[in-house]
Ligand binder design. Structure first.
Ligand code: 5GP
Length: 331
């Protein structure tokens, strides 16, 4: 466990509002002047029990009730960055969905608050931002997210590195948002997409054809987990790096156990993977813990874990120069 904590790590799949620790939630409740808002949360945060995917999405709603002003978003972002830094993360790609709260915050102010917190952080961790497109939203929301991403990039080059497709995997359709992702790519942004969290062969194949820079989860692609040989083979042949979120998938009940997680198959196929937390607050597991679980479940040595961490540098959406800098942290 100590080894996993000390190991320099890269976190590539972390949703801001899913990553808030219990103490950050408490601070946000105080800021909102509503300590009772925390009551529903205590059980969830403390126990991180297994729940269905839709129950997880209910939990995001509860957190969203706390990050409703630029001040709260800034506090949340600053705390999340510090938490990751304390866990030995040297590079973080934090993602979040631009959100407006009527009368209190515009989407632009939401993103500016995140950017301000990133700029204000004094520490060694390098933080980049991905803006998320929520599948429950409309296509013009996706266009709006892209516009904000480009506006922020104009002011702070290198800060926003890409666009993410996330949100309830049973909602919306890829076709609705694909034109925006095509444009984002033309503008030089990286593309990351949640893929195959529920069985949806046609969409999975469409995503693989689009070739995002990275894929999130890929839970239901392997034949053992509700997928089929065609999807799995296409994934492996694509060599597109996968953000593997062990505890998240277990707690959302999309995989039956750590041992049966598809990471086993990805590792044995030598497929590029990045261990990730997804939502360290909601699922009560930091990245060191994910490395520890991977070691126990798949019999990985310290050298294997080190290789896993170092290889993740290749999948960052940062510049080559930044990647060189990150590699030096492992020497
Ligand atoms: P936010 O974007 O508000 O900072 O973070 C929370 C949001 O991230 C959720 O409302 C949801 O749209 C997205 N999200 C967090 N975890 C997951 C996940 O495991 N799967 C998917 N598809 N979306 C997620």
């Amino acid at each position: 466990e100590d080894f996993c904590k000390r190991l320099p790590k890269i976190e590539l799949h972390a949703h801001l509002n899913g990553s808030l620790s219990e103490s950050t939630i408490q601070k946000l409740c105080q800021l909102e002047g509503a300590p009772h808002l925390f009551d529903n949360w205590q059980v969830a945060i403390n126990h991180g029990e297994h729940r269905t995917l839709s129950e997880c999405f209910e939990m995001f709603k509860a957190v969203h009730a706390l990050t409703v002003t630029p001040e709260a978003v800034k506090l949340a972002t600053a705390s999340v960055i510090s938490d990751f830094e304390q866990d030995g993360i040297i590079y973080l790609e934090l993602r979040s969905t631009p959100r407006e709260v009527e009368g209190r915050m515009t989407k632009e102010q939401y993103v500016d608050a995140i950017v301000e917190a990133i700029l204000a952080h004094q520490g060694k961790i390098v933080v980049k931002l991905l803006l998320s497109v929520d599948r429950r939203h409309r296509s013009d929301d996706a266009e709006h997210a892209l516009k904000i991403a480009l506006d922020v990039r104009a002011k702070h080059p290198d800060m926003v590195v890409g666009l993410d497709l996330s949100g309830d995997p049973t909602a919306g359709s890829l076709d609705l948002f694909l034109p925006t992702f095509v444009k984002a790519r033309q503008h030089g942004l990286g593309i990351v997409m949640h893929c195959g969290e529920v069985s949806n062969k046609a969409e999975v194949l469409e995503i693989l054809k689009f070739r995002p820079n990275r894929l999130g989860h890929v839970t239901c692609l392997h034949p053992d987990l509700g997928g089929c040989q065609e999807q799995w083979k296409t994934l492996i042949e694509s060599k597109i790096p996968v953000e593997a979120c062990l505890t998240s998938n277990l707690r959302c009940k999309t995989v039956p156990s750590y041992e049966k997680h598809h990471l086993r198959h990805l590792l044995s196929a030598r497929h590029p993977v990045a261990l990730s937390t997804d939502d360290k607050g909601v699922f009560c597991s930091d990245l060191s813990n994910e490395f520890h679980i991977a070691a126990k479940s798949f019999d990985l040595s310290e050298q294997d874990l080190r290789d896993l961490s170092i290889n993740t540098v290749d999948f960052c959406l940062a510049s080559q120069q930044m990647k060189e800098q990150l590699r030096r942290c492992f020497q």
